[in-house]
Design a protein around this ligand. Sequence first.
Ligand SMILES: Nc1nc2c(ncn2[C@@H]2O[C@H](COP(=O)(O)OP(=O)(O)OP(=O)(O)O)[C@@H](O)[C@H]2O)c(=O)[nH]1
Ligand SMILES: [Zn+2]
Length: 211
Amino acid sequence: MNAIVTPKPSAGLLQETTSGDQRRPTREEAEEAVRVLLRWAGDDPSREGLIETPKRVVRAYEDLFAGYADDPAVYLSRKFEDVAGYDEMVVVRDIGFASHCEHHMIPFMGRVDIGYYPKGGVLGLSKLARVVDAFARRLQTQETMTEQIAQAIETHLQPSGVAVMVEAEHLCMSMRGVRKQGASTMTTSFKGRFRDATEQARFINLVRTPR
Ligand SMILES: Nc1nc2c(ncn2[C@@H]2O[C@H](COP(=O)(O)OP(=O)(O)OP(=O)(O)O)[C@@H](O)[C@H]2O)c(=O)[nH]1
Ligand SMILES: [Zn+2]
């Protein structure tokens, strides 16, 4: 039976591997695959409007799936310790993201709220958003992405607690299939101090506070 191997964040699916089947395709092969899909969709890849499309799609994939080559540990490795001993909850909310569901390769997008209790220093605020992007720019399920963000922060920053809440709309549910527009999916991951229900309530209260 074939094992399903989930790549480590730092490993990067895009590196060449020793297995012939898993070698990274060339750019030309990737462009040819797009031409096949264009024909599958019922169009003619040689018509003027589509002639450059395979090149554009392949370039777009380099951008949309850049997360495979991104290592979240890098963003979480630097703490600022000169913060007068601040060890209360830090929350960054409404971090916008766009990802692609691994089932249909169709976008899902929404917002991530992250809270953590610092221990021995705080993180540069932008780094939380960079961690979100590193995981979002891969093929994902919302549950996996939520858990990966929380685990990366827990492992590399080692705070006393971390909370991650994701709310997203999946276009594979609204544009096709069951076609339910506006349905949103919520997922959460609570670690350390946030396993406590009172702490979860404090986090959710802060996240929900009107601006
Ligand atoms: N749990 C989870 N499911 C997801 C996510 N993104 C898409 N899905 C679901 O993945 C499922 C795939 O189901 P399948 O029955 O294998 O595929 P399908 O026939 O295309 O399913 P439909 O979408 O119902 O038409 C669907 O129910 C999707 O809604 C996600 O992030 N998390
Ligand atoms: Zn999907």
